[in-house]
Design a protein around this ligand. Structure first.
Ligand code: T1G
Length: 705
C-alpha cells in the first residue's frame, strides 16, 4: 500500500490515515491510494465500517491546486468519483476531521455517512477565493445537510466555520474535546452505524432542507443583490449561487452535472488563473532571501506604537485585534485623548455593523494602553514609530528609542518613503531596525510593506514577517529606495492621470475607467480621500530633489491653494454633499482644468478609455520593472501582492505585473515606447520590460539574478 495512506484496524473498523505533507492535498497519487484502501476495506468481510482520518497539522486543504493547470485534478479516480464511491459504499464510512478541512476535504466529508471533528476544526469551501466553484459536490450536498441559507453563506464567502458551528448546523455529528481522541470517537460512531440495520444514509438523497427554499425562489436573486457591491467584477461568487440554485431546482444528477460544468468553466477562466496565482504569491512572499525556515525570530508578546494619529491608532488596533497588548504613546495629552477616541469610535462602528460583539470590542480596547511616558517602552519586544513624515523628527526618536528599549527589541518605522538606512544610522542596532509601512486604514488594509535596510538582520526580518501573519497581514519585503515599491509605482500612475486631464480628459472619466477596471476607486477620488493637502505637503518635501526636467501638473497645487483638500473639506477634485462620500463633478474644477490647458498651450483632445487605462497602468508596470531590475523587490508576484493588498487592485486580475503578462509584454513595451516618443516624461521603457518583451518572456518567469 502507498506511503500516502496508512491502514489500521480497530476491531472490525478499518482506519485509513491520509499522510501527504504538508497539507494532505488530494493529489492524484493520494486519490489512488485512498481509492485502493477503500476498495480493500469494502472487500474485506471482516470489516464492518471504515474511518478516514489524517496525519499532520491539518486534515486536508482539499484538491491539489497545482494540478489544475495540468488537468491532473480530473484524472480518475477524481475526487467526485471517490466521494461517490464513499457515498454508495455498502459499509458506513465516517470521517475524523482536525485542524482544517476545506475544499475537496469538506466535500469528501459530505459524502461520508458520519462526521466527527476535533473542537476548533476549521471547515469550509474556499474555492470561490480561487475563482472557482466547489467541484466535487459541495454546492449540491452542503445545502442538503445544513440548508440553503447557511450553505450560501459558506460557499459564496469562502470563509470557514468551526466544528462547533458545524454541529449546530447539523454538519458535524460529534465534536471531540481537547482531551478526546477523534479517531476513537469516529470508530465508535462507525460501529454504531454498522450495527444499525438500515443501509448508510446517502447525503444526495436528503431533500428535506431544500423544500423551504423551493417555496422562496427569490432568495437567490436577493443573494445576488446582497453581494453585488463586494463581489463587483468577480465571476465565481455568482457562479456559486447558480450552483446552489441548481441544487434546489434540479434533481441531484442534473445539479451535480451543472456544478461540474461550471467548475471546469471557472477553472479554465482568466480570473481563476489570476486568483490561483495570488494564492501562491502569498506563500512565495514568505520566502525571503537570507531568511531560512529555522532563522530564529523574536516572539512579540508586548508592543508599542509611537504616535496615535490615523496610522498609529490603526496600527495599535492591529495588535489589539491579534490579542497582543500594546502601548500607544503621544507627546501631548490632548492628541492622545483624540487618538484613543478615534480608536473607540472605530470599534463602535464595527460593533454597530454586527461584525464584532461589544464585549470583544471592550476586550480589545483594554489591550491598548495610552501613555505619555516614553520610558514605558523599556520592556516591549517591538516599537513601531508612526509619527509625522519628517527625517529629523524620526532620527531624534530613534536615537531615544535606542537608549530606552531592551537590547533585543525590534525598532520599526512606518515611514512611507524616507530612507530607513539613514534612520537606522542613529542607533547602535541597525540590524534590528526595519520599515513596516502599513496602508490606510491600517486596521483594514492587509498589506505591510516590510522595508529591509542594508543592515537589517535575517532575524529581524523573520520576526517582522511572522508578526505580519499574526496581525492577519500580508508582509512583503522590499529594499530601500525613495518611496519603496508601493508609492514608487503609484507616482507614475497618478502623474499620468493628472497629465491626461491637462490634455483633454476630466477626473470623472479617468476615475470611471479605473473603477470599471476593478480598482476600488480612481486616482482622483483616492486623492480626495487621502487629502489633497497631504499630497501637497509630500510634493513640498520632494521639491528639492525633483529632477528639474520633470514637471508635474500644477492643478493639484491650485486646488490646495483654493482650500479644496478633498473629502475633509467637502471639496477637492470633486465636491461632496454634507456627510456623503459620493464624488460629484464640480464645474469650478472643470473650469480650472480647461484654463490650465490653455495656459500651458495644450489643445484639449478627445481621449479614449483605452488610452486612459494604458496611460495610467503601463507606467506603473514599467516602474515595477525598474524596481525588479534594481533588486528592490525579489519577484514580480511581490509587487502584485503590494497592489492587491495595499491599493485594492482586483484579485481577479492578479496584480499589475500579472496583468501585464496577460496583456502581453510586447504590447506593453511597444505602447510605453510610443508614449515616451510623444510625452517623454517618466515614460522611458524600463530595460527589463524591453528585454522580456524582446525575448517573448513574462514577469512571472523572471527571477532575480
Ligand atoms: N493545493 C496545493 N498546495 C497547497 C494547497 C492546495 N490545496 N494548500 C496549501 N498548499 C501548499 C502551500 O502552497 C504551501 O506550500 C504549503 O502547502 C503550506 O500551505 C474539488 C477543486 C489549508 C489554510 O483553497 O488555505 O478543493 O509554500 O503555508 O498557513 O472542490 O494552505 O510551503 O511550498 O498556506 O498552515 C481548495 C488552500 C482547493 C485551501 C493551511 N482549498 N490552502 O494554511 O499553510 S480547490 C483551498 C489554504 C478544491 C474541490 C476544489 C492553506 C491552509 P509551500 P500554507 P497554512
Amino acid at each position: 500500500m502507498s506511503q500516502l495512506v496508512r491502514i489500521d484496524r480497530v476491531d472490525a473498523v478499518t482506519v485509513i490515515t491520509l499522510d501527504n505533507p504538508p497539507v494532505n492535498a488530494f493529489a492524484f497519487d493520494l486519490r489512488v491510494a485512498l481509492r485502493d484502501a477503500l476498495v480493500a476495506g469494502m472487500d474485506d468481510d471482516g470489516v464492518e465500517a471504515l474511518v478516514i482520518a489524517a496525519a499532520g497539522r491539518i486534515f486536508s486543504a482539499g484538491a491539489d491546486i497545482r494540478e489544475f493547470d495540468s488537468g491532473a485534478s480530473s484524472d480518475s479516480p477524481s475526487l467526485p468519483e471517490l466521494i461517490t464511491t464513499i457515498e454508495d459504499a455498502p459499509k458506513p464510512v465516517v470521517v475524523a476531521l482536525h485542524g482544517t478541512a476545506v475544499g475537496g476535504a469538506c466535500e469528501l466529508a459530505l459524502g461520508c455517512h458520519g462526521r466527527v471533528a476535533e473542537a476548533g476544526t476549521k471547515i469550509g469551501l474556499p474555492e470561490v477565493t480561487l475563482g472557482i466553484v466547489p467541484g466535487a459536490g459541495g454546492t449540491q450536498r452542503l445545502p442538503r445537510v445544513i440548508g440553503v441559507a447557511a450553505a450560501l453563506d459558506i460557499i459564496v464567502s469562502g470563509k470557514p466555520i468551526t466544528a462547533e458551528r458545524g454541529r449546530d448546523l447539523g454538519l458535524i455529528d460529534e465534536v471531540v474535546g481537547a482531551d478526546g481522541d477523534r479517531v476513537e470517537v469516529a470508530v465508535a460512531l462507525a460501529h454504531r452505524l454498522a450495527t444499525d440495520s438500515t443501509a448508510p444514509a446517502k447525503t444526495r438523497e436528503r431533500d428535506d432542507l431544500l423544500a423551504e427554499a423551493r417555496e422562496q425562489p427569490g432568495i437567490f436573486d436577493d443573494y445576488r443583490g446582497k453581494i453585488a457591491r463586494r463581489a463587483r467584477g468577480f465571476e465565481a461568487p455568482f457562479a456559486c449561487i447558480d450552483c446552489v440554485e441548481a441544487a434546489v431546482t434540479r434533481p441531484f444528477a442534473e445539479g451535480i452535472a451543472f456544478e461540474r460544468e461550471t467548475f471546469v468553466r471557472c477553472r479554465d477562466s482568466e480570473q481563476s488563473k489570476a486568483q490561483r496565482y495570488a494564492f501562491f504569491a502569498e506563500r512565495q512572499a514568505r520566502k525571503v532571501r537570507g531568511v531560512e525556515r529555522d532563522t530564529p525570530e523574536l516572539t512579540i508578546a508586548r508592543a508599542a506604537v509611537l504616535g496615535c494619529g490615523t496610522m498609529g491608532g490603526g496600527i495599535a488596533m492591529c495588535f489589539a485585534n491579534a490579542g497582543i497588548p500594546v502601548i500607544v504613546t503621544e507627546s501631548d495629552q490632548g492628541v492622545l485623548d483624540r487618538g484613543m477616541e478615534a480608536i473607540r469610535r472605530n470599534y463602535a462602528s464595527t460593533v454597530s455593523k454586527g461584525r464584532l460583539s461589544s464585549d470583544d470590542a471592550e476586550a480589545r480596547i483594554s489591550l491598548i494602553e495610552p501613555s505619555l511616558d516614553f520610558d514605558q517602552l523599556a520592556d516591549v519586544d517591538i516599537v513601531i514609530e508612526a509619527v509625522f513624515e519628517d527625517m529629523a523628527l524620526k532620527k531624534d526618536i530613534f536615537g531615544r528609542l535606542d537608549a530606552v528599549c531592551r537590547a533585543d527589541a525590534v525598532l520599526a518605522t512606518n515611514t512611507s518613503s524616507l530612507d530607513v538606512n539613514e534612520i537606522a544610522s542613529v542607533t547602535s542596532r541597525p540590524e534590528q531596525v526595519v520599515g513596516t509601512h502599513f496602508f490606510s486604514p491600517a486596521n483594514v488594509m492587509r498589506l505591510v510593506e516590510i522595508v529591509r535596510g542594508a543592515a537589517t538582520s535575517p532575524e529581524t526580518l523573520a520576526t517582522t514577517l511572522a508578526l505580519s501573519r499574526r496581525l492577519g497581514k500580508v508582509g512583503v519585503v522590499v529594499g530601500v529606495c525613495d518611496s519603496f515599491a508601493a508609492n514608487r509605482m503609484l507616482y507614475p500612475y497618478s502623474r499620468q492621470a493628472q497629465f491626461l486631464i491637462e490634455e483633454g480628459a476630466f477626473p470623472e472619466q479617468i476615475d470611471r475607467v479605473l473603477y470599471d477596471f476593478g480598482l476600488p476607486m480612481g486616482p482622483f477620488a483616492l486623492s480626495d480621500l487621502a487629502g489633497i493637502d497631504v499630497g501637497w505637503r509630500v510634493r513640498q518635501h520632494r521639491e528639492p530633489t525633483r529632477p528639474k526636467n520633470l514637471r508635474y501638473s500644477a492643478i493639484a497645487d491650485r486646488l490646495y491653494e483654493m482650500g479644496r483638500y478633498g473629502q475633509k473639506t467637502q471639496k477637492g477634485w470633486y465636491r461632496y454633499e454634507e456627510g456623503s462620500r459620493t464624488p460629484i463633478p464640480d464645474p469650478e474644477v472643470a473650469d480650472l482644468i480647461v484654463s490650465t490647458s490653455e495656459a500651458l498651450g495644450i489643445e484639449r483632445r478627445e481621449i479614449s478609455d483605452e488610452e486612459i487605462l494604458e496611460r495610467c497602468m503601463y507606467p506603473l508596470i514599467n516602474e515595477g520593472a525598474r524596481i525588479l531590475d534594481e533588486g528592490i523587490a525579489e519577484r514580480a508576484s511581490d509587487l502584485d501582492l503590494i497592489w492587491m493588498h495595499g491599493f485594492g487592485f482586483p484579485r481577479y486580475r492578479g496584480g499589475p505585473m500579472f496583468y501585464a503578462d496577460s496583456v502581453g509584454l510586447k504590447h506593453v513595451y511597444e505602447t510605453m515606447k510610443s508614449f515616451f516618443e510623444v510625452h517623454h516624461d517618466w515614460l522611458e521603457p524600463a530595460p527589463l520590460l524591453e528585454h522580456l518583451a524582446r525575448e517573448g518572456r513574462t514577469f512571472g518567469e523572471w527571477t532575480a539574478p
